[in-house]
Design a protein around this ligand. Structure first.
Ligand code: FPP
Length: 256
């Protein structure tokens, strides 16, 4: 597939540089059609491909997809095995699409927990795509935000013990440096599909000021028109990061 030409529609306002997505509702989508849950995961791959390609074409800088949480290991063994083989297949089959769209793939999470075959395919795809200069696609795999913060503290404690860090100097930036991928700026927009109003242990540190958008569609139904609806909604948001927007009327009133 050839690289899609970037023709960004006018969404009528700001555009997010980093989008993070909680891909929810695969099981419900399948059950609602009288199929087994795993068919929902399979169909979800189509959405992953379409949303990745569209985000790359629109000029999104980073896209982070919550593909498998640390808590997901608790699911029935056959479902976990299915998801892992789907991941492995995805990491090989999608290589041409990633290359055609100049997408760099990177994983965040407790990656070493993955089965060895999936891990090997992941490392190969990361290496293959490392020099691509387009969008960064981050797959959150065996990911949990509390685990990420615990892992960061453990790494910091090791540096402290070895004399490489100083307890008195801990601040937000210090902690950030110990997170899984500190160089990638925080998400501007967090999308969750299937109408659920939950964060589910996803990027708790990084979404502090993300705009949240909940789509009613299940993940397999979340395609380009649904993404555009989320972007149009984001374009209307006013982001203040706890401060004041200088041109907003309230700002000048309170300054006065
Ligand atoms: C949530 O649906 C989705 C997941 C637990 C995994 C998401 C996985 C995919 C989209 C496919 C694999 C992705 C890659 C990148 C290989 P759910 O099962 O919790 O749905 P439910 O809430 O309806 O039960």
């Amino acid at each position: 597939m050839a690289r899609k030409k970037a023709e960004r529609p006018d969404f009528g306002g700001p555009f997010p540089e980093h989008i993070a997505i909680i891909m929810d509702g695969n099981g419900r989508w399948a059950k609602g059609r009288g199929m087994r849950r795993v068919f929902g995961h399979k169909e979800g791959i189509g959405s992953v491909r379409e949303i990745t390609t569209e985000c790359a074409a629109l000029g999104v800088k980073s896209l982070t997809l919550y593909a498998f949480s640390v808590e997901n290991w608790k699911r029935p063994k056959p479902e976990v095995a299915f998801l892992m083989s789907l991941l492995e297949e995805f990491l090989v089959k999608e290589r041409p699409t990633l290359m055609d769209n100049a997408v760099r793939l990177r994983a965040i999470g407790r990656i070493d927990d993955l089965p060895s075959d999936a891990l090997a395919r992941l490392r190969e795809t990361e290496t293959l795509t490392a020099a691509n200069d387009g969008m960064l696609l981050r797959l959150a795999l065996s990911y949990g935000a509390r685990t990420e913060i615990a892992d960061a503290l453990k790494a910091f404690a090791r540096d402290l013990q070895a004399g490489r860090a100083d307890a008195g100097s801990i601040d937000e930036e210090t902690l950030r440096r110990y997170l899984y991928d500190p160089a990638t700026p925080d998400p501007d927009l967090l999308i969750r599909t299937s109408g659920e109003m939950r964060i589910s242990n996803f990027l708790l540190w990084q979404i502090s000021y993300a705009e949240i958008y909940v789509a009613k569609e299940c993940w397999p139904e979340f395609r380009t028109p649904q993404l555009h609806a989320a972007l149009a909604d984001y374009a209307k948001r006013v982001r203040k990061f706890g401060g004041l927007v200088s041109d907003a009327p309230e700002a000048s009133e309170s300054k006065a």
